[in-house]
Ligand binder design. Structure first.
Ligand SMILES: [Zn+2]
Length: 258
């Protein structure tokens, strides 16, 4: 009879369980860190998105209001022309009054000439007024159309803005929830494992643990050697991608999807 074998360390099965436990913690921790990184990015990009949205809308508004601006200018021009006509007509009326008081024919002829010139210029201005009124009609159709389109854009802009603002408001809550989850996971890990993870993560743009499927590392998208891939599937110990040096684990994406 052999004496009962004493394990000072983990048995093979225990080791495997322990590894699975470690790996699960690492995967969960990585998930937390990836979420937290994404939140930090969003915290920066969301206000930028709102800013861009506002600028785009202001530019759209500006271009949409060109026709309205033109319409207002034409209206003012029309009012000026009407004033001019009124003034000329007053002058004509005064000149006609003076006709009754003239003493000689020369003066009479001069006033008649003055009235004739004034009436001719009045006629010119009235022609200009008619074409101005035409222009005003045309441009007000365009300006009204612009107004409708602009109010649609305004609604869309406000809706999009509200969504982004709501996102910003929920970010802080999400962040602290995931931070809390991260702390809980961290507390379950042994110091050495955590330190190893942090070291690898810091060297690799915040991603320290990645899956491998069909012999491709999901971190660097390179193939890992067949022998390593074989070993990884048997998962006897924590393994590192020889290319990107991240902690790798085997994940059957086909079964995960189903
Ligand atoms: Zn890799």
């Amino acid at each position: 009879m052999h004496p009962k074998k004493v394990h000072f360390f983990y048995s093979a099965k225990e080791r495997e369980n322990k590894l699975n436990e470690d790996l699960l913690l690492l995967i969960e921790l990585q998930e937390c860190d990836s979420k937290l990184m994404a939140f930090s990015t969003r915290k920066k990009t969301l206000p930028e998105k709102i800013d861009k949205l506002d600028k785009d809308f202001a530019a759209c508004k500006e271009s949409m209001e060109q026709n309205k601006k033109k319409h207002d200018e034409l209206k003012n021009a029309h009012a000026d022309k009407e004033k001019e006509v009124k003034k000329i007509n007053e002058n004509i009326a005064k000149a006609k009054g003076r006709l009754l008081e003239v003493k000689n024919n020369k003066e009479y002829q001069a006033i008649l000439k003055e009235i004739e010139v004034a009436e001719a210029s009045c006629g010119d201005i009235e022609t200009q007024i008619i074409s101005l009124l035409d222009e005003i009609d045309n441009i007000s159709v365009l300006a009204n159309k612009d107004g409708e389109i602009l109010s649609q854009h305004k609604q869309k802009h406000e809706d999009e803005r509200k969504i982004l603002e709501a996102d910003i408001n929920s970010l802080d809550t999400d962040f602290s929830q995931w931070e809390q989850k991260r702390n809980e996971i961290k507390n379950k890990m042994n110091g050495g494992l955590l330190e190893k993870y942090e070291r690898i993560r810091n060297r690799n743009g915040g991603i320290g643990v990645v899956s491998v499927w069909k012999a491709v590392c999901n971190g660097c998208h390179m193939n890992i050697p067949p022998q390593l891939y074989n070993e990884l599937q048997k998962s006897s110990e924590l393994m590192i991608c020889p290319n990107c040096n991240r902690i790798i684990y085997y994940q059957n994406k086909d079964s995960a999807a189903s």
